[in-house]
Each structure stands twice: as C-alpha cells, then as structure tokens.
Design a protein around this ligand. Structure first.
Ligand code: FES
Length: 373
C-alpha cells in the first residue's frame, strides 16, 4: 500500500471513545470501528439500500446497519456467516504517533450475493378481465367470538352486489385486516425516506408478516378499493391506522423513485359509527388514498351515525341491519366506483408521467428548510 493513500482521520484516543462512527476519507464514507483498542475501517455504505453503517452499532464482530440491521464484519466487511460474499469494502487502518490513519484505497471490493427479487417488486400491470373490487374491512373483533359489524355488513353487501351485477359483473375479494398477522410499522421512514423501501422492509425481512396480502391486493390486483371502518373515538379503527402506516412504502415510491405504483385505482369508503365525526374520518381516509394516487367516484363514501347521545348500540345495530337505504347506498357506491375504474382503464388518463403529483407538487428542498445542512 503506498504512503500517499494514508489519510489522517484524527487522534486515536478521541476516536477510540466510540465503537462505530462515520468519517470521510477523501470522497469515501467510512465506518470506523474500535474494539478493545483496535481500529477497523469498512465502507459506511450498506449493501442493502445504502444505509449509513457508520451510524450503526457494533454487535460482537459485526457492524449492524441502523436502517434494517444487515451486518458486516467490522474489519473485513464480510457479511454474516453464510453470507460472507455479501460484503462491503474494507480499508487498511493503522495508528502512528497517536493518530489514526485510514487507507483511501479499498483493500477488498464490494460483493453482492444474487437475491431473488421479492414477488411484490414486479411492475404493476393490469391483466385483462372484469373490474376487480377489493374490500378491506378494518373493524376489530376476536375470531372466537364474532359479532355483527355494521361497516362489514355494508361492505359484504356492496361486494355481493358488485359480483351479482347483471350488466357488469366484477371480481371481488374481501380482506379482513383482523385476520392478518402483521407487524406495526417500525418507522424506517423516520430514519430516512430511502430507508422506507418497496416492498416494505418488514415484508422482505419477515416471511410470516401478512401485509403482503394487502400490498398484493391494492397494488397488483384491485381496480377498486373499498375500505370499511367503524368510527372509534372520532377516528377510523386502530387496525385501519396500523394498516396504512405500513402503506407508507407505496406513497414513498413517489418521493424517492418517482414511481407510481397505483395507477387507475379508485378508492371508496364505508364509515359507520354509533355517535359522530363522519366527515373528519372521511377526510382522513380521502387524504391518505389521494396521496397514494387513487381517484374517487362522485360521492366517494357512504356513512352512518345516529348522533352524539345515541348510545343505545343494540338499536344502532338493528338500524343498520334493517336499513335498505344504507345497503342500497353501499351497493351504489361500489357500482359508481367500478364505473369510474372502467372509464380510467379504458382511457389514457393515467398513462402519462405524473409530473409533480401529490407531495412532489412542492419541490422538497431540505437545504432551504434546514440552512445548516
Ligand atoms: S440494512 Fe442497511 S440499508 Fe437496509
């Protein structure tokens, strides 16, 4: 290794105080590690999606990426046992006269094991066929003791009507979110927009996580998405929020990759509550699905509540069960949505680039917002 390649990165006693830290060596970002007084240096750019290894932690012999926890050997840059070939570059490092010197030249190269892409990663492509309506019920209940749900009743009726429509039969699916076992969003986006990946990092890491069924349904299958929710303390159900937090990865593709996963999709809603706040809940639902790139039919939701003091829930249940108007309204909603989807699919409406759509309508200029950067 020639002498010109050595770069002085600082005093060894200061640098030894942190097990892992990120440094610049020329143009390279280096994760400098210190273990039992010995220094190591590997690239700070993670093999996965570029997470900052220099901001990670040291777990035994391995630097743990702070984004999704991939591990690389603190000195060789090799992946964990069995994945050694999935490696980041390593650099020579030495201490002279109390100074740490890191070689600017890579000692070993980056290597990537071939990974099969996750099935969800394929480009969304609508297969020919009838309009496909996905119902998503977000009400909560125990499987062992099921109960009548006003929102789910109306959703099931709407789907049955879509299937049975004489002139324009639709394919339908019903997902009950309570039947799916999935982890809460772990806030990868809060670390960095690029840490929130498509497919979702949890989905890629955890084959038991069942949010893949929602992703498959909304991104790859459905033309129409009908979400049904009860009103819980003035908001949508907790399962709704748990689900949509995990759907940030769909919207985030707009931000980080200018990639539109949701084209020609129509969203509509069924909202029922014993008391009040229909419009606030509808606003929340509309806002989120608008940011995913969905379109809406005219009058995009049906809703029902009996008012602030109507706490006689048994009567509320009976009211919805018996309400022809509500059932007809839910059926009409799904037909309006299917008609809207048909118009979009058969036109060129969603075919061009979606320039400055959604959040990108405002140029994200972090430097302007944070002048210190
Ligand atoms: S584990 Fe490092 S970027 Fe995902």
């Amino acid at each position: 290794m020639s002498g010109e390649n050595w770069v002085d990165v600082g005093a060894s006693d200061e640098l030894a105080s942190k097990p892992v830290q990120e440094l610049r060596v020329g143009t390279k970002r280096i994760a400098l590690t210190c273990r039992d007084g010995q220094f190591g240096a590997i690239s700070s750019v993670c093999n996965h999606v570029g997470g900052p290894l220099g901001s990670g932690t040291l777990d035994g012999d391995y630097v743990v990426c702070p984004w999704h926890y991939y591990k690389f050997h603190w000195r060789t840059g090799e992946g964990e046992p069995g994945y050694e070939a999935d490696r980041v570059p390593s650099h020579d490092v030495k201490v002279e006269n109390g100074r740490v010197l890191v070689s600017a030249a890579q000692k070993t190269k980056r290597g990537r094991l071939p990974h099969e892409p996750h099935p969800l990663a394929r480009d969304p492509k609508r297969e020919p066929g009838p309009i496909r309506v996905l119902g998503i019920s977000t009400t909560s209940m125990t499987a062992a003791h099921p109960r009548y749900s006003t929102s789910e009743d109306l959703l099931e009726h709407a789907l049955a009507s879509a299937r049975g429509h004489a002139d324009s039969t639709c394919d339908t699916q019903l997902l009950r979110v309570r039947d799916l076992s999935f982890r809460a969003c772990e806030g990868f986006y809060s670390k960095s927009a690029r840490a929130c990946t498509w497919p979702c990092s949890i989905t890629q890491m955890d084959s038991k996580d069942q949010m893949d069924m929602v992703y498959e349904g909304v991104v790859h299958w459905a033309d129409v998405i009908v979400v049904a929710t009860p009103i819980r303390w003035g908001g949508a159900s907790s399962l709704y929020y748990k689900m949509i937090e995990r759907m940030n990865c769909i919207q985030n593709q707009e931000t980080i990759a200018n990639r539109h996963l949701m084209r020609n999709k129509v969203a509509a809603f069924i909202i029922t509550g014993g008391q009040d706040n229909v419009q606030a809940v509808a606003g929340q639902l509309l806002g989120f699905f608008a940011e995913l790139g969905c379109q809406f039919p005219q009058f995009p939701y049906v809703a029902h509540s009996r008012g602030w003091s109507a706490e006689d829930m048994e009567n509320n249940e009976q009211y919805v069960r018996d309400s022809k108007a509500l059932h007809d309204g839910a059926a009409a909603l799904v037909h309006r949505s299917a008609d809207m989807a048909r118009v979009m699919i058969e036109s060129t409406l969603g075919q061009g680039a979606l320039v400055r759509g959604g959040r990108k309508g405002h140029e994200l200029d972090t430097r302007a917002q944070l002048p210190g950067l």
